[in-house]
Design a protein around this ligand. Structure first.
Ligand SMILES: Cc1cc2nc3c(=O)[nH]c(=O)nc-3n(C[C@H](O)[C@H](O)[C@H](O)COP(=O)(O)OP(=O)(O)OC[C@H]3O[C@@H](n4cnc5c(N)ncnc54)[C@H](O)[C@@H]3O)c2cc1C
Length: 338
């Protein structure tokens, strides 16, 4: 672990003035004198302890006043400050009553100890968990190397990797909470150097690996997430979330799905269906959404939507099991909506 200095940011503006790089840029370029943000520190210190990230300065944004609030009203919807911890979100009554899929996603993420440390801003900006990307011995595309080790049909350990949109990097995004945030059409508020705040939909916040191998999000170095906002649900909005893991106590997702529906009786008026751990970034399944719209919510239609979602799957050598896994959890989540 390298030596670094520590800076306590006093405000959003102060933090932006101090920072000069993102973790993603550092992992790719390894430039000297990097000053990077740390919130809960769970992901940042993992990289530093591995020796893959050697910042000169850590800017602690965890204690910036005002970024730790959760509020709800029917006009603005649910506003979650970037420094709200996953534990705070998990126990919030408004989230449990109005955003069931988010409540379920947060409660199934990591462990209670990790949820106490982790912030929502850090969660959506964390990097993927591909073991080659996280290994100092493997110089993959995302670390300015010349190959993808996971893709190799014989030697690639790709059990946990992408089955959709895997033409370039085949990692899957680590934030299972983003699956639910995207299904609720959340927006991310980002403050920049010019003092302006931009509002980005979750769909546009993530960057597909084929578009840019360096970044998984659009975040640039002089930008900070301040809030995540979910629109107020309608009277007939219902939702559900399912995450499949290898170990129930805590684990990264093998596959997860969030379903948010506008319903009329037992009919689906419109659907928002997002898959996690299927593609390099959370994947909105337009195929499943279309298959459900205007249809009754029953086992037959839910199974047809799950089939449609998997029509675009192209598994790698060792992750073919994910196709039936997703078919099963998509169908179940549609039938589970409350
Ligand atoms: C064993 C284990 C299991 C886990 N399981 C899950 C899981 O199942 N599902 C899941 O979703 N997560 C899971 N996590 C992730 C974890 O819960 C944290 O959310 C995540 O590691 C980062 O949160 P953090 O607040 O510590 O971020 P940090 O480590 O502080 O930061 C992460 C990244 O975000 C940037 N950043 C932080 N805040 C901001 C901001 N406001 N603006 C701009 N950039 C910012 C940092 O510079 C850094 O690049 C797991 C982690 C571990 C170690």
């Amino acid at each position: 672990m390298n030596k670094f200095s520590w800076y306590e940011a006093k405000s959003v503006e102060d933090a932006i003035q101090q920072v000069n790089s993102t973790v993603s840029e550092q992992l790719y370029e390894s430039t000297q004198d990097a000053a990077i943000f740390k919130s809960g520190g769970v992901d940042v210190f993992d990289w530093i302890k591995e020796g893959l990230l050697k910042p000169q300065k850590i800017i602690n944004i965890r204690n910036i006043p005002g970024l730790d609030k959760i509020s709800f009203n029917t006009k603005d919807g649910l506003r979650i400050g970037a420094n709200v911890t996953l534990a705070e979100l998990a126990s919030n009554q408004e989230v449990k009553e109005k955003y069931m899929a988010l409540h379920q996603a947060v409660n199934h993420a990591a462990t209670p100890q990790l949820r106490n440390m982790s912030t929502l801003g850090g969660n959506i900006a964390q990097r993927n968990r591909c073991w080659y990307f996280r290994s100092a011995e493997h110089h993959c595309f995302r670390k300015a190397g010349d190959r993808c080790f996971a893709r190799h049909s014989e030697t690639g350990e790709n059990e946990n990797h992408a089955i959709i949109d895997n033409g370039s990097c085949v990692s899957v995004h680590a934030s299972s909470i983003s699956t639910a945030l995207m299904a609720f059409n959340a927006t991310v508020m980002i403050s920049g150097e010019d003092g302006k705040t931009k509002k980005i939909s979750m769909d546009d916040f993530f960057v597909r690996a084929g578009q840019d191998i360096v970044m998984e999000t659009i975040l640039k170095s002089k930008e900070i997430i301040t809030e995540i906002i979910l629109p107020a649900p309608g009277k007939n909005t219902r939702s559900a979330y399912i995450k499949q893991v290898a170990r129930e106590s805590y684990d990264w997702s093998l596959g997860d799905v969030a379903v948010v529906m506008e319903t009329s009786g037992n009919t689906c008026r419109s659907a928002s269906i997002v898959l996690g751990a299927a593609a390099p970034v959370p994947f909105r399944s337009g195929q499943a959404e279309k298959a459900m719209e205007g249809k009754d919510i029953n086992a037959q239609n839910a199974a047809a939507a799950a089939e449609a979602a998997m029509s675009v799957a192209r598994p790698l050598s060792k992750n073919g099991y994910k196709v039936p896994l997703f078919k099963s959890i998509i169908k179940q989540a549609i039938l589970d909506i409350t």
